[in-house]
Design a protein around this ligand. Structure first.
Ligand code: G3D
Ligand code: MG
Length: 176
């Protein structure tokens, strides 16, 4: 008789302003093996992906909003049951950085204290040598995110590591 593999299911929400790259990041990470669906009623889409960690099967549901309109109305449904958050801003869109705080207020309100990883996306479009982390570090006390990654959904830079970080964090919190 073979021992049954351990399995876990996690819902991870991907939030951030429009056009920062949320959908592209999920696609880059799950490319090749994802099932995508669109929940019309709440304007969100989710992608299912299975990751193997150690000897466990981790089933992941990534949720991201398809448009920003009427988001306030569906917020409770969108966040319901989320175990972790990927908060994305664009390194070429300062407003999307400034809105991190607003997204964080939402997360606190609907999810309480769950792990957050911040992605500064579109790193392929900036000169990394001129990019300081001081502004992000200044948010650390306020938001208490686990880690910050500079990603590119276009080139794939850091995408695997960044997703893997939040998944590993979740896995470590539940594994027996
Ligand atoms: P959203 O889901 O957060 O709204 P999308 O964002 O994933 O739809 O991406 C918005 C636009 O930014 C897309 O371009 C997409 O190709 C581009 N994009 C996303 N991530 C990156 C990245 O890391 N680097 C670069 N250079 N572009 C990126 P279009 O032209 O389709 O609107
Ligand atoms: Mg999108």
């Amino acid at each position: 008789m073979s021992e049954e593999e351990k399995s876990y299911v996690f819902k991870i929400v991907v939030v951030g302003d429009g056009a920062v790259g949320k959908t592209s990041l999920i696609k880059q990470y799950t490319e090749g093996s994802f099932v995508k669906d669109y929940i019309k009623t709440i304007g969100a889409q989710f992608s299912k992906y299975i990751e193997e960690i150690e000897d466990a099967r981790v089933k992941l549901f990534f949720w991201d909003i398809a448009g920003q309109s009427e988001f306030s109305f569906m917020r409770p449904t969108f966040y319901k049951g989320a175990r972790a958050v990927i908060l994305v801003f664009s390194l070429i869109d300062e407003q999307s950085f400034n809105n991190i705080k607003t997204w964080h207020e939402d997360i606190k309100k609907f999810c309480g204290n769950i792990p957050i990883v911040i992605f500064g996306n579109k790193v392929d479009l900036v000169n990394e040598n001129e990019l300081g982390d001081s502004k992000i570090n200044a948010l650390k006390d306020e938001i208490g995110f686990i880690k910050y990654y500079k990603t590119s959904a276009m080139t794939g830079k850091n995408v695997y590591d960044a997703f893997r970080c939040i998944i590993k964090e979740l896995y470590d919190s539940v594994k027996e």
